[in-house]
Design a protein around this ligand. Structure first.
Ligand code: IMP
Length: 336
């Protein structure tokens, strides 16, 4: 069973965390690996509890999976160790020797930058750490002996799992349109956010991939600055029940209707095998926490079918509520 990558198709915050949590419980991967950095957060609601996480992969909900932080990722040790202790993940989570480390100095440098303010950066030190890495002066996880047995050669372990037929589920961060190369530059993050980039961060090759799921929310949101086609006034977003607030910064998210043009490019550029649509219940309240396709309201099913025909790929998962289990799973019917 090869690699299954989950990436965002809009501007982040599409619901990758919930999607990865659901896939971890249903596909039972041997490993769940996270790429990206701690500017990105995810919220997981499961068994009546809410987790807001920034470092640990959302696959922690499936207790048999090993958890990995990619070699090309950047972590803030304060954030990481807090999450590892809170969730009791010592012994299950491994950080690569060569994962980059974000420090207070990186955060301060970003805090002081008026340029980053203009871009609406989260100012969590990620871009500053990334630039130090490019200049080859960033300290890596191996320089912190206190990390002890959390450290590993994650590339070697993931290659081993993959070669022995184990499933590796990969959780990317942010979304296609925040990519440093393909997004709305300069209003983008400090890394490429595509499925290809994710593989590079992990040190896995393109032929290891079986499935690429692009996650799209039923409407588009964006935090920070930059273009957002069809952006609606805040009052309208509130009236339509579409207001959201950032997991990391708490900032209100800007809102626009679902956008086929943005979605189509993300699907094509990531060579998506399938799409996960989240928050269907925001558009169709009667869909709330429905788990069977046949029980969804007719208009909601029609909209999903329209999405499939517009994007040219099947919709495998449909989110109908915050809880991980509020999901319609069509993967079986699709042979995925
Ligand atoms: P930075 O990567 O923190 O410098 O932020 C650059 C832009 O990317 C800003 O518009 C941020 O709001 C956005 N951004 C960074 N990470 C995320 C994320 O995880 N979700 C949504 N937007 C993000």
């Amino acid at each position: 069973m090869p690699v299954h990558i989950v990436v965002g198709g809009f501007f982040g915050d599409e619901g990758k965390g919930k999607t990865v949590a659901y896939l971890s419980l249903s596909r039972r991967p041997r490993a769940v690996a996270r790429t990206g950095a701690t500017n990105a957060g995810h919220t997981i609601v499961w068994r009546g509890r809410v987790w807001r996480l920034r470092a640990v992969p959302a696959g922690f909900v499936y207790s048999d999976a090993l958890l990995y932080i990619a070699r090309g990722a950047l972590v803030d040790l304060e954030v990481l160790t807090r999450e590892v202790e809170e969730l009791g993940l010592r012994g299950r989570l491994r950080v690569d020797y060569m994962t980059g480390i974000i420090t207070g100095e990186h955060r301060s440098r970003e805090e002081a930058s008026s340029h980053l303010s203009k871009l609406g950066s989260t100012k969590t030190g990620v871009g500053a750490a990334m630039s130090d890495r490019v200049l080859r002066r960033l300290r890596l996880a191996r320089d912190y002996p206190e990390l002890g047995d959390i450290l590993a050669d994650t590339q070697e372990e993931l290659l081993g799992i993959h070669e022995s037929g184990g499933l590796v589920l990969v959780e990317a961060t942010q979304g296609y349109w925040l990519s440093l190369y393909h997004g709305t530059y300069p209003y983008v993050t400090s890394r490429d956010t595509t499925a290809s980039a994710v593989l590079s961060e992990l040190g896995l090759g393109p032929r290891s991939v079986e499935r690429v799921t692009v996650v799209l929310k039923s409407f588009v949101t964006r935090v920070g600055k930059g273009p957002l086609p069809g952006e609606m006034p805040r009052e309208e977003a509130v009236r339509r029940g579409l207001m959201e607030y950032g997991t990391v910064t708490g900032r209100p998210r800007r809102v626009a209707p679902f956008n086929y043009e943005l979605a189509r490019r993300a699907v094509r550029a990531n060579t998506a095998t399938d799409v996960a649509i989240t928050k269907l219940d925001a558009l169709y309240p009667e869909a709330r926490c429905i788990r069977e396709w046949d029980r969804l309201p007719r208009e909601a099913r029609q909209w999903i079918e329209e999405v499939e025909s517009e994007l040219g790929v099947p919709v495998s998962l449909i989110g109908t509520g915050e809880d991980v289990l509020c999901t319609v799973d069509k993967s079986g019917d699709l042979g995925l």
